[in-house]
Design a protein around this ligand. Structure first.
Ligand code: F6R
Ligand code: MG
Ligand code: MG
Length: 384
């Protein structure tokens, strides 16, 4: 539908208001890197766009944006099929399969790496790809930020999400915006025991921190506003190694954060990344390193396959359509964070194979390390 604005010869596109709730789905997978595990080949993005464009033309999707962070291909989609929709997940699975064909044709590295199942069985969760989805009634204005990380694990969002939604030193709104002062409910998953728990903050921030500080086990899954239950953030939480039972690459998480009007402002969401905190991942999924906020152009982890990085894409959602993205860390005000991350990463690198740069022994259980242990096991003797 086109609309001629009064006093203007310009034609502005006005999106028709769809009925019901909007679902925003971010589904990602590493289906082949180039070179090695550094980035996504443009032919993969082109293939993914072609599929999603067809689905948009058919009306199955309202809108989409194909993106990447490091070697991860990211499908950002809006639709009206709800979260965990078998049809939407099947679509994502088929797009990744089709992109795997392209990757195999180009002999890209690790082609089909995250496609852990032989065939689709109703939901991509547990099959390899990462998923963050939320369903909502669009507000009068709906700013959202899509966070995409590479060379790290889902718990990389624990500290930034805590800062955004619970730390008044990060988020001024928690102190001076009355629609935020009641606080937020955090849903936390124990990814090893497959259990979940909720914390009501601010009253339970100590208890929350007691768990989410243990990043190899606990991951923030979602956050909602206490006042009215409005969903503020969701993240992807799957651990590929737990699914496959062995090291199969990193989980490179995504998250969706809604902003403004009683939720953290765009600037408060981004402020949470001004500490390049130490996350696990990096080379061979076996090292700790700083999470560096970068622009999309700089999301090519090259030094020691890293350091881990995060890209933030900003959109205004309008009747389900995605206006954007704005590349949020493409801003000189994050230069000093990147400098600090580089200094921290450089220092950690000097440790070579020593902890705390290398992950503690327990966390290496899901890397290629057990094979080395097995090989040498028979040479261990009891100390008298
Ligand atoms: C994997 C990753 C890389 C690889 C490393 C070794 O997500 O980021 O650091 O673990 O390049 O890869 P392989 O064992 O495939 O040679
Ligand atoms: Mg890879
Ligand atoms: Mg990756």
């Amino acid at each position: 539908m086109e609309n001629k604005r009064a006093g203007s010869t310009e034609k502005a596109k006005v999106h028709e208001k769809p009925e019901g709730k909007i679902t925003l789905s971010v589904i990602k997978a590493d289906v082949g890197g180039y070179p090695g595990h550094v980035s996504v080949h443009p032919h993969l993005s082109t293939r993914a766009k072609k599929h999603l464009e067809d689905e948009k033309a058919k009306g199955f999707l309202i809108d989409y944006h194909v993106s990447s962070c490091g070697d991860d291909l990211e499908l950002i989609m809006t639709h009206r099929h709800g979260i965990d929709s078998e049809m939407v997940h099947k679509l994502a699975w088929e797009v990744f399969l089709s992109c795997t064909d392209v990757a195999k044709g180009l002999k890209l590295y690790g082609a089909g790496q995250d496609m852990l199942a032989d065939s689709f069985s109703g939901n991509v969760k547990g099959m390899g790809p990462g998923v963050a989805e939320m369903e909502f009634d669009e507000r009068k204005s709906e700013p959202v930020i899509i966070l995409m990380a590479d060379k790290t694990a889902p718990s990389a969002w624990n500290l930034p999400l805590y800062k955004m939604f619970a730390d008044p030193f990060n988020t001024a709104g928690l102190v001076i915006d009355k629609s935020m002062t009641d606080g937020f409910i955090f849903e936390v998953h124990d990814v090893k025991a497959n259990k979940k728990i909720e914390f009501s903050c601010p009253e339970e921030i100590y208890a929350l921190l007691a768990f989410i500080g243990s990043t190899s086990k606990y991951v923030i899954k979602s956050i909602r506003r206490k006042e009215d239950g409005l969903v503020g953030a969701v993240s992807s939480t799957q651990r590929l190694s737990f699914i496959a039972g062995k090291y199969v690459g990193k989980d490179d998480p995504v998250a969706i954060v809604r902003c403004q009007s009683g939720l953290p402002a765009v600037g408060e969401v981004l402020e949470a990344f001004t500490t390049p905190w130490i996350v696990s991942g990096w080379m061979r999924g076996s090292h700790n390193g700083p999470l560096m906020p970068v622009s999309q152009r700089e999301a090519n982890p090259t030094r020691f396959d890293g350091p881990p990085r995060v890209v933030a894409l900003g959109f205004q959602v309008c009747n389900g359509h995605l206006h954007g993205p704005v590349d949020m860390f493409d801003d000189p005000s994050f230069d000093h964070v990147r400098d600090e991350a580089n200094r921290m990463g450089h220092f950690l690198r000097k440790h070579g194979p020593f902890e705390p740069h290398r992950l503690p022994a327990d966390d290496l259980e899901y890397t290629t390390m057990p094979e080395i242990m097995k090989k040498l096991e028979h040479r261990f003797e009891k100390i008298a």
